[in-house]
Design a protein around this ligand. Structure first.
Ligand SMILES: Cc1ncc(COP(=O)(O)O)c(C=O)c1O
Length: 369
């Protein structure tokens, strides 16, 4: 038998693959359910914007061609939307792909990366697989990113990369413009801030930090964005980085050429042609989030202030038990113990009547039946 652990890159040994949790099919089978509300993966339950799928269908006859022109069109459309230039846009099949691209571009074995805790699990896994030491920095007591402590860890370890997640998953907390400015101004030379802005479009426009300006100004920052969230295209896999022109070229060196398919690119461009619909989605998500927080509050359950399409709630009971109880009623939520916050759950926002149901079921799960 070949012992592959002796042949693969040594840093892969002992690193667990990313675990997104139980799939919908597994949960349906386990609980014998026909219909479920998927409130456990932070997808946009409203799906793609109206008219987008028809445009994707019109693109399918071109499937035999590599997407050269489609790539250029997508870069131009994203640049126009984000107020930057096409040379700073690096398309990829989701932020997940970009995490690997960034790690490959920057990390040498023995480098340190600073990652907040808790946060999205992929950064630590990918960086460790590339041979990096992971320095985790706990969030503050209000669950916001502790940028001062992250800065101190960066200085102490001479970290190559610092992962900033705004809003953070699973808390939904944002970084303020003042916090960001102080962090960036004090970032030691030789360190790079990678900012995952997957949920940016859900944030109240008045609270968003304009980091495109930092990229344009040549600061050591790159941004990761996605069409998986507010644009409702998680299944097509589409995202992009915004990076300085020189860095964008380096990222293009390490990523596969044409790693995004034509259907996804068409969906992205079609979505941006309807970008006026995004604001309505944002306000709808904010209203659903507010309703859920209010109903949970009435039941004595406290949630963390969130600017994303999900809410982290303190359950007052075992989270795995609570998630199991709701799953049996066709409501999938994410137990917090999966990301180191036992006694909490993360709930994706959706239709108002579903929010009412989730809050009522959680309140009932706490009380003996
Ligand atoms: C913070 C964060 N970044 C990235 C992703 C994945 O993005 P993508 O679908 O573009 O790979 C997620 C998905 O839940 C996430 O929560």
């Amino acid at each position: 038998m070949t012992d592959w652990s002796r042949l693969v890159r040594p840093s892969l040994v002992g690193v667990d693959p990313y675990d997104p949790g139980e799939s919908m099919a597994e949960l349906k089978a386990r609980h014998g359910l026909d219909e479920v509300w998927k409130l456990n993966w932070n997808e946009e339950l409203a799906g793609p914007l109206e008219g987008v799928l028809e445009e994707v269908e019109r693109e399918l006859p071109n499937s035999w061609m590599y997407p050269e022109q489609a790539y250029a069109d997508f870069r131009a459309d994203v640049a126009a939307w984000t107020g930057t230039v096409p040379a700073r846009i690096v398309p990829a099949h989701g932020i997940q792909a970009l995490v690997t691209i960034v790690a490959t571009a920057f990390l040498r074995p023995g480098d340190t990366v600073v990652i907040p805790s808790p946060t999205y699990g992929l950064y630590a896994q990918v960086c460790a697989a590339h041979g990096a030491e992971v320095a985790r920095v706990p969030v503050r007591s209000d669950l916001g990113l502790d940028l001062e402590a992250m800065l101190a860890a960066t200085e102490r370890t001479s970290a190559r990369l610092v992962w900033v997640v705004d809003p953070n998953n699973p808390t939904g907390r944002i970084v303020t413009a003042a916090e960001w400015r102080a962090f960036l101004d004090a970032l030691p030379q030789g360190s790079v801030a990678v900012v995952d802005e997957a949920y940016r479009e859900y944030v109240d426009p008045g609270l968003r930090v304009d980091r495109e300006a930092d990229v344009a100004a040549g600061r050591p920052v790159l941004l990761l964005r996605t069409f998986s969230k507010i644009f409702g295209l998680a299944g097509l896999r589409l995202g992009y980085a915004i990076a300085g022109e020189q860095l964008a070229s380096f990222l293009d060196v390490v990523q596969e050429p044409f790693n995004v398919n034509r259907a996804a690119l068409a969906a992205g461009c079609a979505s941006l042609r309807r970008c006026e619909l995004v604001e309505e989605r944002r306000t709808r998500a904010a209203a659903a989030r507010a309703l859920l927080a209010a109903r949970l509050g009435e039941a004595g359950l406290e949630s963390t202030p969130s600017q994303a399409n999900f809410l982290l709630v303190r359950l007052g009971m075992d989270d795995v038990e609570a998630a199991g109880s709701l799953a049996r009623r066709g409501l999938l939520i994410r137990p917090g113990s999966e990301f180191g916050l036992p006694g909490t759950a993360r709930i994706t926002v959706g239709p108002l009547d579903v929010m009412e149901r989730v809050a009522a079921e959680l309140a009932a799960a706490r009380a003996p039946r």
